[in-house]
Ligand binder design. Structure first.
Ligand code: CMC
Length: 400
């Protein structure tokens, strides 16, 4: 059920043969196949390598899910031990020089630490980049392990000059949450965080993953590709939406308090005002999920168990009712993780970096799939600018 007018492809003759004009934003365009993740034929469920995302988020741990993405099946015991050993070891092996360099990055949005840090690491490996399996999988695991350390260290270093070092003795999600918040999380908090990372790991040819594949298709290195993915994810129409969603909810909460109204009721008035001003409600709408984003159900289960969970769910559900009634748009995962990360005490500007800490698993798997069966991704434009202009010197062309 698309809100846009009909989307369809048109064929026309171009200077180099037949052109296929596809819908703007590439909606419903299939540029390649993938065996990594996608949506079932009804568009209701996301599938990770054959498994429902909800099944894996409920039952798998971070290492099992990462193994599944990279190697195509769930691990046996020895394989699980080995991927855990590697991720935990690499987490503690970020070069000291990178921490020194992060001190120099201005304290703006922390997504910049990610792209900066990843490119810094790439300087070590990119000059001798190779495409054999051992090399590619090893660097995928390094990126998965080290990206969260870069974000957490950058965030703390740029603010107070110190950071929390990784502890390879802790499980990856627990250690990462500890490095971000500075507190050892409870079992429930660590699991809620781990589940959110799994929910974020991949989603077909989403904008950042497609960016990674485009860069990979030039046979550039994995670090450059992941840095590009981080840049794409940062935008508010993609991963940046979880930060914008909590900012909106907290703004609504403040106003509701000023007016002495319960937020779970006031949220309706607040959203209607925004819609009247033609503003987008962040955390709603999705290119693929037009009716319901199943990832929100899994996140809701953890929201319910954390601080003020029942109350937050009332607010979220009311907002969903209003948005469905007014715009026929469902809430997406970012509306729910916005609240979940607030409950976990994660600083708001770190929400999108956390999305990247999960999505890096998908990015690296897609990079590998792309380079192993590669063709340069290079569409053709339809030029609609002027033609036939002739160069004139500046003194002639600027005479007014
Ligand atoms: N609030 C209000 N109106 C909306 C929203 C929204 N969140 N999303 C779409 N619309 C309207 C839009 O104004 C347009 O209306 P009209 O046809 O009257 O001009 C119509 O719905 C179609 O919008 P679109 O931008 O063409 O749809 P799209 O499929 O290109 O956009 C989207 C998908 C996710 C970019 C969009 O829904 C959006 O901007 N949502 C808010 C940002 C957000 O939550 N992003 C996270 C996406 S899920 C996690 C991820 O993958 O990163």
């Amino acid at each position: 059920m698309s809100r846009r007018p009909e989307v369809r492809c048109v064929e026309e003759e171009g200077p180099l043969g037949k052109l296929i004009i596809v819908p703007k934003g590439l909606e419903n365009v299939v540029p390649d196949t993938t065996a990594i993740s996608g949506v079932d034929p009804k568009g209701e469920h996301t599938i990770y390598r054959g498994y429902l995302i909800t099944d894996l988020a409920e039952n798998a741990n971070f290492y099992e899910a990462a193994y599944l993405f990279l190697y195509g099946q769930l691990p046996c015991e020895d394989e699980l031990r080995e991927i855990k050993r590697k991720i935990d070891t690499y987490r503690a092996q970020v070069p000291e020089k990178l921490f020194d360099a992060l001190k120099l990055v201005p304290a703006t949005h922390p997504m910049y630490y990610g792209s900066f840090g990843v490119l810094f690491l790439g300087q070590y490996y990119a000059p001798e980049w190779r495409f054999d399996d051992d090399f590619l999988y090893d660097h995928a695991l390094r990126l998965i392990a080290q990206l969260p350390v870069i974000f957490a260290a950058g965030w703390h270093l740029s603010r107070h000059g110190t950071f929390i070092r990784p502890d390879p003795g802790l499980d990856h999600p627990r250690d990462v949450l500890r490095m971000i918040t500075g507190r050892t999380p409870s079992d429930l908090a660590a699991r809620a965080f781990e589940v959110s990372l799994i929910l974020y790991m991949d989603h077909g040819f989403n904008a950042s993953t497609f960016t990674v594949r485009v860069i990979g298709s030039t046979l550039s290195d994995m670090y450059s590709a992941v840095a590009g993915g981080i840049g794409a994810l940062k935008g508010p129409l993609h991963g940046g939406a979880n930060e914008k969603a909590i900012e909106m909810l907290l703004d609504a909460k403040r106003r509701a308090e000023e007016l002495g109204k319960p937020l779970e009721e006031y949220i309706e008035e607040y959203i209607l005002e925004k819609l009247k001003r033609k503003e987008r409600i962040m955390g709603f709408g999705h290119r693929i999920y037009k009716i319901h984003d199943p990832r929100t159900d899994v996140a809701a289960k953890y929201i319910r168990q954390l601080k003020d969970g029942e109350w937050w769910l009332k607010v979220l559900k009311r907002a969903e009712e209003v948005m469905w009634r007014e715009k026929r748009l469902p809430a997406n995962i970012d509306f729910y993780t916005a609240v979940l990360y607030y409950q976990l005490g994660i600083p708001v500007p770190m929400y999108t970096p956390v999305f990247a800490m999960g999505r890096v698993v998908g990015w690296t798997a897609h990079y590998i799939e792309q380079v192993k069966n590669n063709r340069l991704i290079r569409p053709t434009e339809k030029y609609v600018g002027p033609t036939g202009l002739k160069y004139r010197p500046i003194e002639e062309r600027c005479r007014r």
